[in-house]
Design a protein around this ligand. Sequence first.
Ligand SMILES: Nc1nc2c(c(=O)[nH]1)N[C@H]1C(S)=C(S)[C@@H](COP(=O)(O)OP(=O)(O)OC[C@H]3O[C@@H](n4cnc5c(=O)[nH]c(N)nc54)[C@H](O)[C@@H]3O)O[C@H]1N2
Ligand SMILES: Nc1nc2c(c(=O)[nH]1)N[C@H]1C(S)=C(S)[C@@H](COP(=O)(O)OP(=O)(O)OC[C@H]3O[C@@H](n4cnc5c(=O)[nH]c(N)nc54)[C@H](O)[C@@H]3O)O[C@H]1N2
Ligand SMILES: [Mo]
Length: 697
Amino acid sequence: MNVAAGVTEEGADGMVTITPREDVPANAGGLCQKGWTAGELLTGGHRLTTPLLHGEPASWDEALGFVAARVRALQAEHGPDGVAVFGGGGLTNEKAYLLGKFARMVLRTSQIDYNGRFCMSSAAAASNRAFGMDRGLPFPITDLAAADAVLLAGGNVAETMPPFVRHLTAMRQNGGSLIVADPRLTATARQADLHLQPTPGTDLALALGLLHLAIAEGYVDEAYVAGRTNGFDAVRTSVAAWWPERVERITGVPVSQMRRAVAILGNARRAAVLTGRGVEQHAKGTDTVTAFINLALALGLPGRPGSGYGCITGQGNGQGGREHGQKADQLPGYRKIDDPAAREHVARVWGIDPDDIPGPGRSAYELLDVLGTDAGPRGLLLFGSNPVISAPRAGHVAERLRSLDLLVVSDFVLSETAALADVVLPSTQWAEEQGTMTNLEGRVLLRRRALTPPSGVRSDLEILQALAVRLREPAPAGDGGATPGSTAPGSTAPGGPDMVRAFPTEPREVFDELRRASAGGVADYAGITYERIAAETGVFWPCPDTGHPGTPRPFLDRFATPDGRARFVPVEHRPPGEDVDEEYPLYLTTGRVLAHYQSGAQTRRIDALNAVVAETFVELHPDLAERLEVSAGETLRVVSRRGRTEGVARVNPAIRADTVFMPFHWAGANLLTNPELDPVSRMPEFKVCAVRLERVG
Ligand SMILES: Nc1nc2c(c(=O)[nH]1)N[C@H]1C(S)=C(S)[C@@H](COP(=O)(O)OP(=O)(O)OC[C@H]3O[C@@H](n4cnc5c(=O)[nH]c(N)nc54)[C@H](O)[C@@H]3O)O[C@H]1N2
Ligand SMILES: Nc1nc2c(c(=O)[nH]1)N[C@H]1C(S)=C(S)[C@@H](COP(=O)(O)OP(=O)(O)OC[C@H]3O[C@@H](n4cnc5c(=O)[nH]c(N)nc54)[C@H](O)[C@@H]3O)O[C@H]1N2
Ligand SMILES: [Mo]
């Protein structure tokens, strides 16, 4: 639901219609079903319009005053890290930026992370390692139409990004070939010229095998490797042991198919290697993506026109949301929080001492895992996520959330997580506010306000300002809030920055500050203005000054590493965190369906979408169904070491017989998933764990 891609209009009847923006090529005039129906939620009766304090309607003064008083008390007792913040990749750049600033400058907590950790963090880590920069696609999406081949590993764009499919279709119409790697014959894989169907969690071996073959069959672009990269020799040595028959035994992908894939890619003049969550959401996701990048580098693709490596996008602002400081280890402009120069620069923009910026905090799951314990924060402020449904080992996460002394959720619907909160703050919806989003191409887009918000709600920016004022400035009389004159622990006031000025509520003002904070960083927005992106249908970062045209293809001449060369990184295959055994003999993998979005907080409230898929299901192969004597439509219990849930059996020959699939849009799938983390990206292993099936009744 990339909402920057649609135009929203309020009709005379108050009904909302959304039409695709023809001028944004990533969209090419298309919008997915969720986009078309999003209007129903905007105007529906599920909307929160009043703050809730312990489940009862309250005034804003009461609710915010309660939050401020509790935050002060918790921080007085437990220190600044006693309160944590959790953000989301659906937030606009302005919100993500201000949320990070609020955590560091007002709460002075190191404990902030966001749901993007569950999304593109492995691809981001691998891109940073190889190229010194993480931009989903380092080329405009329209370049794909001119490619001779695309390998899409672990992405189901036909269901998750329908407008993207046009670019793949255009490529195929121009004579190019599509290769898809997925344990399921998905709607996307059906459009492929070649479908590789690996066992979940074995893509790293697959990528090593493909590179082994590419070397053996003479497809390495030696001149490119010598001229633009470092480290190939170590990788060449490390893949020598990954001969194709060995890879076939591990992955289940026949040698003949691997040879065909390598021939297609190796003979292509222009080609792209793309990854999706299927290969990334693993405890070895970063290394798996690295192995695919190594393949792309050996074939000489990144930095060549119409070629390269990219990852398909996630949430509405999946790209921009990971650039401006809601990540535990990050400051705005994709800066590292432990880099003294970065701290110095951002502190100057914020008007504070660099030493007052806390250090890196815990990653998303590690943070959720310790909430309410002696080691962890006792309070949490959450904006734009629903971890009760979407976090791994969700039963445990819900327990941790319940154990908090203070849970505050800003949302526009009563999500499962908001339902557990002490305080719910009703916020404006995307169509009711202006803001910028950055799409998978690194193109910064302006989303205009199209609707008047219902009375009673406030924007996230207004909420952050109100909390900053209550926490860091003497409370005005009659505010119903904090004790007059008191300030948060460690406050630099008096003489500290004025909170109304430091936390503007006008998105354009926030963006102008973000531009300054990002200036000189990897994701440099300094030259991007609201005027420009309104007039130019977006500007690609980095864009260091207003006279700069923006950078659609950042790697044409050099990579963003210190010496300008891409880095090969040797990686080794290893089994999933939890492999199958006698007790849990099947692999569970999880993902999405076209009609529902994420934790379902929005789409499960829309009748038209429930009419398409109304309940969770367990997809299994007919052979497995026969062996277990299961028939389609009966209820199955799925059990893992972490929990159990039920779902309706969908018998489908499109899935491997050793694997079952569940969507995560409903409570259930994540009661089962394994929270084992990738050591680099801290991504949980959503895409593979061991389960058994039981018939119910
Ligand atoms: N309809 C819809 N669209 C969405 C979303 C949504 O919730 N609903 N969410 C948005 C977001 S935030 C994201 S991140 C994107 C995600 O977009 P995708 O990455 O396309 O989505 P997923 O369904 O999570 O996973 C893609 C595929 O990975 C496969 N897979 C599972 N395990 C493995 C494995 O071990 N190896 C390989 N090779 N493949 C595997 C699954 O079978 C699935 O078909 O979609 C975005 N678009
Ligand atoms: N098993 C399994 N689990 C997964 C995945 C998987 O493939 N398998 N995928 C993971 C991925 S890629 C992702 S991105 C996560 C997503 O999962 P979540 O982080 O739970 O994301 P959403 O469901 O989009 O939840 C967003 C919530 O914030 C609210 N919201 C939206 N916009 C705003 C805003 O601007 N302000 C405020 N205050 N609230 C807002 C919405 O109403 C909704 O309740 O799930 C992850 N979990
Ligand atoms: Mo995502």
